[in-house]
Design a protein around this ligand. Structure first.
Ligand SMILES: Nc1ncnc2c1ncn2[C@@H]1O[C@H](COP(=O)(O)OP(=O)(O)OP(=O)(O)O)[C@@H](O)[C@H]1O
Ligand SMILES: [Mg+2]
Length: 234
């Protein structure tokens, strides 16, 4: 279980997360809200990319906020970025190796982990392709493969569907649905595509101006009048 307690993140006068508390137990959980609601800030706080003003994010009693970012990676926090982080002069395999290096993985395990992650996201044929030569979909898949390669416990996906076509979104949906059964990781999925959230997330968190405005079974949350007014109606 992920226990977020009184989490506050401030950027100068902007309160990006405002005393957020919630307990997440489901395997695949949605995180939605209008632009600027604090979704990316929550993934950043989780993974150690921003400083937290107060509060905690605990998993089975372990407070991740107390751990330096590289220890969180080693422990099993993996994330993708809203803006893809493709390095032009690294191959897909080398992208995955950056994660395995950070995890301190040994040689034999590496090969297995790379093959498994690449097969899972359908990138086996692009293993030796340089970042610069990857199309936008393959760049997104490289981000997801990086999340999968290092024995993740929690995966934070920040708008993995950004810029994808309808058919690519179907493929993404299939891949996200397969992650928990295949890799066992708990997933927090940020996306503006409500259909994707509805299809893959059993429960959903809604933020607005850094505050929790709804949390519960996805369909109930999407029908909530407050959520409709704050987000879906905009
Ligand atoms: N590094 C930063 N420095 C200053 N302000 C920031 C920083 N990161 C985020 N913010 C501000 O914090 C608030 C929350 O931003 P955040 O990026 O978390 O929103 P979001 O829900 O991910 O939005 P979007 O749907 O547009 O991605 C916004 O007001 C944003 O301008
Ligand atoms: Mg964002």
């Amino acid at each position: 279980m992920i226990d977020i307690s009184n989490l506050t993140v401030k950027f100068g006068g902007v309160v990006a997360l405002d005393d957020l508390s919630l307990k997440i137990t489901d395997d695949v959980v949605g995180l939605i809200g209008p632009n600027g609601a604090g979704k990316t800030t929550l993934t950043n706080a989780f993974s150690g990319f921003v400083n937290v003003s107060s509060g905690s994010v605990s998993v089975n009693g372990l407070n991740l906020i107390d751990m330096p970012p590289h220890k969180r990676t080693r422990w099993g926090v993996a994330r993708s970025f809203q803006k893809v982080q493709t390095v032009f002069d690294l191959t897909v395999e080398e992208h995955l190796n950056t994660v395995l290096d950070a995890k301190g993985a040994s040689g034999q395990l590496r090969e297995k982990a790379i093959v498994r992650a690449l097969n899972f996201v359908g990138l086996a044929a692009q293993r030796k392709t340089l970042g610069v030569d990857l199309n936008p979909y393959h760049r997104r898949m490289t981000e997801i493969a990086k999340c999968l390669v290092g024995a993740p416990r929690i995966i934070l996906l920040d708008e993995p569907g950004g810029g994808l076509s309808e058919s690519e979104m179907l493929e993404l949906r299939r891949i996200i649905l397969g992650i928990h059964p295949e890799f066992g990781a708990q997933i927090l999925l940020v996306d503006h595509d409500v259909d994707l959230i509805r299809d893959v997330c059993t429960s959903t968190v809604v933020l607005d101006f850094g505050k929790l405005i709804a949390f519960g079974p996805t369909e109930e949350v999407l029908q909530d009048e407050v959520v409709k007014a704050a987000y879906l109606g905009r």
